[in-house]
Design a protein around this ligand. Sequence first.
Ligand code: GLP
Length: 242
Amino acid sequence: MAEVVIVSDQDAAGALVADAIVQLIRRTPDAVLGLATGSTPLATYRALAARIEADGVDVRGVRGFALDEYVGLPAGHPESYRSVITREVVEPLGLTPELVRVPNGDPAEVQHAGADYEAAITASGGVDLQILGIGRTGHIGFNEPGSSLASLTRVKTLTEPTRADNARFFDSPDDVPMHCITQGIGTILRAKHLVLLAFGEAKADAVAAAVEGPVSASQPGSAIQLHPHATVVIDEAAASKL
Ligand code: GLP
């Protein structure tokens, strides 16, 4: 059973999670962070950047693995998750760029990119703290409903609701890639601590299914119930169907 923490807003969640991450980095200067994209974790990244600056936390040894990446965006595309992670996480936090990995979404290399990524995570000793958002469809990373609970990093096809949700980041909905490469649910479950964030009423059904529903591949978020140390940090609106 995941621990559920209900907070007043995204900034309160950010302060809470930033504190946990700062404590982790103080204990383990080469800690491995699992990084999510999407709008949900942005307040947490902002709070963490402020804490690092205010407390003078040395983050030069901190390592990171992003959850997922689009397949087929040109290198340097502003909405590639490599660009987003650089812009929202690596630069504001002052992380060492070479220590932060994102799955390789180059179509020419994507066939072995999943296995390469799994090997890199294993070689790192594993993710210490994994930040997760959750999609309206219940997806974590880009593991859409139907993804095996034992899945590893691999190429997936994006569902239409997820492409529609992510269209706001692109000039036209048609520009949203059809495919992605994502850590699997099995990969995510290997992290030592999961922190799932969700805000707003649009996430309430997905949160209820993740926290209280049956553990099922039709609700990927429900996999957190299989994890011995999962924390769900949500606002009142996201908690409204619990
Ligand atoms: C995206 C990402 C997920 C994210 C989710 C929710 O498509 N691949 O990692 O958690 O959808 O996005 P948001 O936080 O913007 O609601």
